[in-house]
Design a protein around this ligand. Structure first.
Ligand code: ACO
Length: 436
C-alpha cells in the first residue's frame, strides 16, 4: 500500500484528543483512510452498514469507475477483452494477473478441459434433490459437496491446492449446471467433450440428447462466451465479499464458493436477470409497448415496491459498460436465429429509451445494468429463466476464486470480523419461569 502525504484528522466535540489517521493511495480510484487502529485509540467503531464507504480489502484484480461507467480486469477494459479474448484467456488473466501467450493459453485450456468431468458419485448426490428444485438450490448443494469429493485440494493454505481447486471449479461448474438442468427436465446427463470450446461444451451438455447429433452454433457459442467474460468478476460485490468473509475462516475453497453461490441467488444481485425477463413478460402480457407508461408510473410511485429490474447499480452511476456489450450480443443472437423482430427485445429497447429520458431515472443516475439484456440473450439460446442465476454463478466462479486466492496469499489477511452498534437490552437477570 502506498502512503499518502495527506493525513486525516478526526476531532471530537467533547474535547477528547483528536486522532490522526493515515491515508493510502491506490493506483486509480479513491484514496482510503486507514481506521484499523481507531478502536484501540478511541474506543469507538465506525458504522457503515451496506459498506457504503468502506474498502474491506486491498485488491489488484478488478477496478470499476462507476461514474465513468468503466470496468477493468487487471487494467484491461472490458470492451477490449470482450472483443479480443475468449473466456479462458480472461480466466487466466484474472487468476494469474497477465493475459496468456499462445503456449500458456494452450496449456491452460488443456488443463481446464482435462478437469471437466465430475466424480460419478456426484450424480447420485444430485438425484437426491426433488426434480422441481430451483437450480440455485441444487448448485449451492453441489458446489458445497465438492469439498467431500475433492478433499485432496481442500487445504486453502497450500498454494498448490488453491491452484488445483481453482482449475477444478472453473472446469466443473459448466458440467454441474448442465447436470442440474438435465435433471430438472428429466433428460439423461451429457458428458463433457474436451475437444469443444468452454462455451461450446456447455451448450452441448445442456442441449444434446443421445438420440440426435448436436452441432454447436458458433454465434450462440460466441454469445455465451461473451456472457461469461462480462460476468467473470466485478470486484467486491455482495457474493465476492461473502466468499472472502467465508474463506477468511480458513475453510476449504469449495465451501467458500458455495457461500458465494448462495449469496448470488438473491434478486438484488444475481437473480436480477431472471427478474428483468419476468418483468418484460409481465408488461408484454398486459399490452406491451402501450403499457410502458403505466408501468413506469408504478415504478416511480413511492408507495409501490415495483422496481425497473435491470436498471440501477450500487457502483455504476452511468451506463454499465457490460450492458452495451450485452445489447450488441443480443442483436447478433436474435438476427442469427431469425428473431430480429422479437417483441420482447423491442419492448426492452423502448422501455430503456423511455427510462433514460425520464427525470426520475436521470436524477437518480439509474442506467441499464448487464441484466437488462442478458435474460433476452439467454432465453433466445434456449436457457430457461430459472437457470439464469446458475449460469451467472458458473461465469463468476473464476472471479470468486481469484479474489479468494488473492486474500489468502495477502500477508495482511485476517479473519473477517465486523463489529456492531448494539441497541438491544443491556445486562439483565433471568427470572424464574413462573415470574416472567
Ligand atoms: N427502479 C426504480 N427505482 C430505483 C431502482 C430501480 N431499478 N434502483 C434504484 N432506484 C431508486 C431507489 O428507489 C432510490 O430512490 P429514492 O432516493 O427516491 O429513495 C434511489 O433510486 C437509490 O436506490 P438504492 O436502492 O438506494 O440504491 P442501491 O445502490 O442500494 O441499489 C440496486 C442498487 C439494488 C441494484 C437497485 O438499483 C435495484 O434494486 N435495481 C434493480 C435490481 C437489479 O437490476 N439488480 C442487478 C444489479 S447488477 C448485478 O447484480 C449483476
Amino acid at each position: 500500500m502506498q502512503s499518502s502525504e495527506n493525513k486525516a484528522t478526526l476531532s471530537f466535540s467533547n474535547g477528547a484528543p483528536s486522532v490522526e489517521l493515515p491515508i493510502y493511495k491506490g493506483t486509480v480510484g479513491p484514496d482510503v483512510i486507514d481506521i484499523r487502529k481507531l478502536y484501540a485509540q478511541t474506543d469507538m467503531f465506525t458504522y457503515d452498514p451496506g459498506f457504503m464507504s468502506t474498502a474491506a480489502c486491498q485488491s489488484s484484480i478488478t477496478y470499476i469507475d462507476g461514474d465513468k461507467g468503466e470496468l477493468l480486469y487487471r487494467g484491461y477494459p472490458i470492451e477490449q477483452l470482450a472483443r479480443n479474448c475468449d473466456y479462458l484467456e480472461t480466466c487466466y488473466l484474472l487468476l494469474y494477473g497477465e493475459l496468456p501467450n499462445e503456449t500458456q493459453k494452450a496449456d491452460f485450456t488443456r488443463m481446464v478441459s482435462s478437469h471437466t468431468m465430475v466424480h460419478e458419485q456426484m450424480q447420485f448426490f444430485l438425484r437426491g434433490f426433488r426434480r422441481d428444485a430451483h437450480p440455485m438450490a441444487i448448485m449451492t448443494g453441489l458446489v458445497g459437496a465438492m469439498s467431500a469429493f475433492y478433499r485432496d485440494s481442500a487445504d486453502i493454505h497450500n498454494p498448490k491446492h488453491r491452484e488445483i481447486s481453482a482449475i477444478r471449479l472453473i472446469a466443473k461448474m459448466p458440467t454441474l449446471v448442465a447436470m442440474a438442468y438435465k435433471y430438472t427436465v428429466g433428460e439423461p446427463f451429457a458428458y463433457p467433450q474436451n475437444h469443444l470450446s468452454y462455451a461450446g461444451n456447455f451448450l452441448r451438455m445442456m442441449f444434446a440428447t443421445p438420440c440426435q447429433e448436436y452441432k454447436v452454433n458458433p454465434v450462440l457459442e460466441h454469445a455465451l462466451d461473451r456472457f461469461f467474460i462480462l460476468h467473470a468478476d466485478h470486484e467486491q460485490n455482495a457474493s465476492t465479499s461473502t466468499v472472502r468473509l467465508c474463506g477468511s475462516s480458513g475453510t476449504n475453497p469449495f465451501a467458500a464458493i458455495a457461500a458465494g453461490v448462495a449469496c448470488l441467488w438473491g434478486p438484488a444481485h444475481g437473480g436480477a436477470n431472471e427478474a428483468a425477463l419476468n418483468m418484460l413478460y409481465d408488461i408484454q402480457k398486459e399490452g406491451g409497448v402501450e403499457k410502458i407508461g403505466e408501468f413506469i408510473k408504478k415504478v416511480k410511485d413511492k408507495n409501490s415496491t415495483v422496481r425497473l429490474m435491470g436498471f440501477g447499480h450500487r457502483v455504476y452511476k452511468n451506463y454499465d459498460p457490460r450492458a452495451k456489450l450485452m445489447q450488441e450480443t443480443c442483436d447478433e443472437v436474435l438476427t442469427n436465429l431469425g428473431l430480429g423482430n422479437d417483441p420482447l427485445f423491442k419492448l426492452a429497447k423502448t422501455l430503456e429509451k423511455i427510462a433514460l429520458e425520464d427525470e426520475y431515472f436521470v436524477s437518480r443516475k439509474l442506467y441499464p445494468n448487464v441484466d437488462f439484456y442478458s435474460g433476452i440473450v439467454q432465453r433466445a439460446i434456449g436457457i430457461p429463466p430459472t437457470l439464469f442465476t446458475a449460469i451467472f454463478a458458473l461465469a463468476r466462479t473464476v472471479g470468486w476464486i481469484a479474489q479468494l486466492n488473492e486474500m489468502i496469499a495477502d500477508p495482511e489477511y485476517k479473519i473477517g470480523r465486523p463489529r456492531q452498534l448494539f441497541e438491544g437490552s443491556p445486562r439483565r437477570d433471568v427470572k424464574p419461569l413462573g415470574q416472567r
